[in-house]
Design a protein around this ligand. Structure first.
Ligand code: ATP
Length: 428
């Protein structure tokens, strides 16, 4: 993990939040490369979950919702973790994270365990009173449930169908750490897939496989991925079944995504609290019922971290070791780097034209400083799949060198065919 943290910091993927003020615990800022990587993760999810399917539509709901939403969902009463304090150094811990009943930081004695609600509270409007309390959403799912009827009426979708959303969530986590794995502000990629009761068990199995394939399709090593079914004593009270997709992180196997059968719990609760019927009418059978829901819920930061860890390699290159990120081209911040062999104007004019042309389709880097070997290394380290090297010969024969990040093989291609060749390589 230290190597990933250092690379992420050094190359501008991830910085501690408010760093010039000493940072803010478990809040992170995404730099020029990190923001591209994260956008690509979200884009890949959206394409796979929404655009490639005709049974899923998207949504972007407000982060601040009516406070009754969180009463109905059970978060006000029950979204809490047990917490203990160290009597000596005052650090706070989740008892479930501790191997022994003493403070891991100083060995001090711990207080009795008490419940701590993880929702961030704030006030809406100018008066700070109980009536104006609102919450920063701790999950994006509830925005989907409260819009179930709106989406149903406006899209005329028939069961089974899903509503997908990507957005920020906030949890006042007691213990944080492991870099961006557990943050207090993070993004979720959630789908609520509504089905007829009875079709739910098979649907849970289908979504589990479909989600596992998303990680594999994006190049994640299957040996670092596993599914773990929740034991009945682990299940949330509303859940009928649940799987975690786990990744073999440096700190051990940990949850990347949860895929749960939430039954009709949420829609039933919102119907009860809002007084609005959230039933579905099945035109074929003429039945009214509340659909069941299967929820694959993934974290953007956890996926991003897992993709970074999975892609990281140190490999021998001649007499040295090169650091390389074998990121899938769909995720790589830059797809291509254009590298003119010299800064001479005649060559840079030519190279800049190529650069301008490629930028119409892709995120492309341009780098003309230091030796070509160093520049290849820099691009390898940030995961750029292809480098295009422009040399003086190019001015005469209209050809450039394309270097492959993974094999380091180089081929000479015509500039007139470059876009076409790169498009074929990048798509795979
Ligand atoms: P954990 O047990 O690790 O706290 P959870 O079971 O509470 O996670 P869910 O409520 O199922 O998590 O949330 C779905 C997904 O959202 C998680 O699989 C994870 O990818 C992401 N997620 C949840 N909490 C955080 C967090 N504090 N920081 C980053 N990602 C998170």
């Amino acid at each position: 993990m230290d190597k990933i943290v250092s690379l992420a910091r050094r190359r501008g993927f991830i910085f501690p939040s408010s760093e010039i003020y000493g940072g803010l615990n478990s809040c992170w800022d995404y730099g020029p490369l990190g923001v591209e990587l994260k956008r690509n993760v979200k884009e890949a999810w959206w394409r796979y979950m929404v655009r490639d399917r005709d049974d899923v539509v998207g949504l972007d709901a407000s982060i601040i919702m009516h406070p009754r939403v969180w009463e109905a969902s059970g978060h006000v009463a029950g979204f809490s973790d047990p917490m203990v304090d160290c009597k000596k150094c005052k650090m706070r811990w989740r008892p479930t994270d501790l191997a022994e009943p003493k403070c891991p930081a100083c060995g001090g004695e711990l207080t009795e365990s008490r419940q701590f609600n993880l929702m961030f509270k704030t006030f809406m409007g100018p008066v700070e009173e109980a009536a104006s309390i609102v919450y920063l959403r701790p999950e994006t799912a509830q925005g989907i449930f409260v819009n179930f009827e709106n989406v149903l009426n406006t899209t005329r979708k028939k069961l089974p169908f899903g509503i997908a959303q990507i957005g920020k969530s906030f949890r006042n986590e007691i213990t944080t750490g492991n870099f961006i794995f557990r943050s207090r502000e993070f993004e979720q990629m959630e789908l609520e897939y509504f089905v007829k009761p009875g079709a739910d068990d098979a649907c849970l199995e289908e979504w589990t496989q479909y989600r596992l394939n998303w990680y594999k399709n994006l190049g994640m090593n299957p040996e670092n991925l596993r599914l773990r079914a929740h034991r009945s004593d682990e299940l949330a009270h509303y859940a009928k079944g649940c799987y975690d997709v786990e990744y073999n992180f440096p700190m051990g196997w940990s949850e990347l995504e949860g895929i749960a059968n939430r039954r009709d719990f949420d829609l039933t609760q919102h119907a009860k609290y809002s007084g609005k019927s959230l039933e579905y009418f099945d035109e074929e059978t003429k039945e009214h019922f509340v659909p069941y829901v299967i929820e694959p819920s993934a974290g953007v930061e956890r996926s991003t971290l897992a993709f970074l860890i999975d892609a990281y390699a140190e490999e021998p290159d001649k007499d040295e070791i090169r650091t390389v990120l074998h990121l899938h081209p769909a995720l790589a911040p830059y797809k291509i780097a254009v590298l003119p062999l010299s800064k001479k104007e005649i060559l840079s004019d030519y190279a800049r034209k190529i650069y301008a042309d490629l930028r119409k389709c892709w995120m492309v880097a341009y780098d003309d400083s230091q030796s070509i070997g160093r520049r290849y290394r820099r691009q390898d380290e940030i995961g750029t799949p292809y480098c295009v090297t422009v040399d003086f010969q190019s001015l005469e024969d209209g050809m450039v060198t394309v270097r492959d990040r993974d094999s380091m093989a180089q081929i000479r291609v015509k500039v007139s065919e470059l876009s076409y060749i790169l498009a074929a390589k990048l798509s795979g």
